[in-house]
Design a protein around this ligand. Structure first.
Ligand code: PLP
Length: 345
């Protein structure tokens, strides 16, 4: 990897971060007249911990990653946006992304006036590292990978990912939003080996906490330091920090729900490839299936009329004719299987 100083935007490297009241004071005190808060204590009158130490310590134990290598944000979407703002000079730098993949990478690139170079996945929706490394130049600061990938559901080939981590000069982001559903190991174990690696995870999927908005980025302490420098001072609210701690306390519940989802995923997949459906179903390491149904627009509208909403991916690269169907409860999955029996072709 080229030096972090060369990857970070000059203005970001040179700027001084905002210093909040909660940041400046360290030590013991009982009277807080430093932050212009309402002094009558309730659940919410004080600003929250800007660095979310208690929550990071819990996540550190859970994931086996030092707290100094953890950034927490308002969903992983915040981390994605910060990556562009920290490393990509608007109107000059570019980012590489795989296609098809999660739409937020491109939205954030466009918002930040950063050019996207899209690299098509192969016919198995897998990665060709050489096609990405080929595009590496002085202006290409970051590669976005997503594994298991959304909307295709498959995990990307680990050797190809490692090849990119070894050879690409800039940062490599691996979005692991669906890692809990996967039979493949996380790349968290590779953080020490690759200084250019950023792993994204979230409480929004397997942990059942999309509403609290808690995303995690794992990287070297130097990269995490850059995120901490430019984030909003109080980017994760106190209710979110508390709710996240409560959710993480209940890992047993998550494991039990995960077991049901994996069982249901297999059941749905098996049903959908057999009569009366005979659909093409792509292999999934996530909590959804990409299903080729023929006329996806008709199928989508028909399902909506039955009160069932899926994601129509008909207009997504390489996904013509496909619906992305989230694995629901056993009852919900029965309902969609029933509804799909009679879709008009
Ligand atoms: C759902 C999803 C996320 C989650 O984003 P949050 O902002 O944490 O809710 C991130 N990446 C991918 C690929 C996703 O599908």
């Amino acid at each position: 990897m080229i030096s972090l100083e060369k990857l970070v935007r000059r203005n970001v490297w040179n700027m001084k971060p905002y210093s909040s009241a909660r940041n400046e004071f360290h030590g013991e005190a009982s009277v807080f007249l430093d932050a212009n808060e309402n002094p009558w204590n309730t659940a919410y009158n004080r600003y929250p911990d800007p660095l979310q130490i208690q929550l990071k310590e819990r996540i550190s134990k859970l994931k086996g990653v030092e707290t100094s290598s953890i950034f927490l944000g308002n969903g992983s979407d915040e981390a994605i946006d910060l990556i562009f703002r920290a490393f990509c000079e608007p109107g000059m730098d570019c980012a590489i992304m795989i296609d098809p993949s999660y739409g937020m990478y491109e939205v954030c690139a466009n918002l930040n006036n950063v050019e996207c170079k899209k690299v098509l996945l192969n016919s198995n929706f897998d990665l060709d590292a050489d096609k990405i490394i080929e595009l590496d130049d002085n202006w290409t600061k970051v590669v976005f990978l997503c594994s298991p990938n959304n909307p295709t559901g498959n995990s990307l080939n680990r050797n190809e990912i490692c090849k990119i981590l070894d050879r690409f000069q800039g940062l490599v982001v691996i979005d692991e939003a669906y890692i809990d559903f996967s039979s493949q190991p996380s790349f968290l174990s590779e953080l020490d080996k690759y200084p250019n690696l950023i792993v994204l995870q979230t409480l929004s999927k397997a942990w059942g906490a999309a509403a609290i908005r808690l995303g995690m980025a794992f990287a070297s302490p130097e990269i995490i330091g850059v995120f901490n420098k430019i984030k909003y001072p109080y980017n994760v609210s106190k209710p979110s920090q508390e709710a996240a701690l409560a959710v993480l306390e209940n890992e047993k519940n998550m494991r039990e729900e995960l077991r049901v989802i994996l069982y249901e995923r297999a059941r749905l997949e098996k049903a959908l490839v057999e009569p009366p459906y005979m659909f093409k179903v792509y292999p999934s390491d996530a909590n959804f299936l990409l299903v080729e149904v023929g006329n996806a627009n008709n199928a989508y509208n028909y399902l909506v009329k039955q009160g069932i909403v899926v994601r129509n991916r008909n207009n997504v690269t390489m996904c013509r004719g496909c619906l992305r169907i989230t694995v629901g409860t056993p009852e919900e999955n029965k309902m969609i299987l029933n509804a799909l029996k009679s879709i008009p072709l």
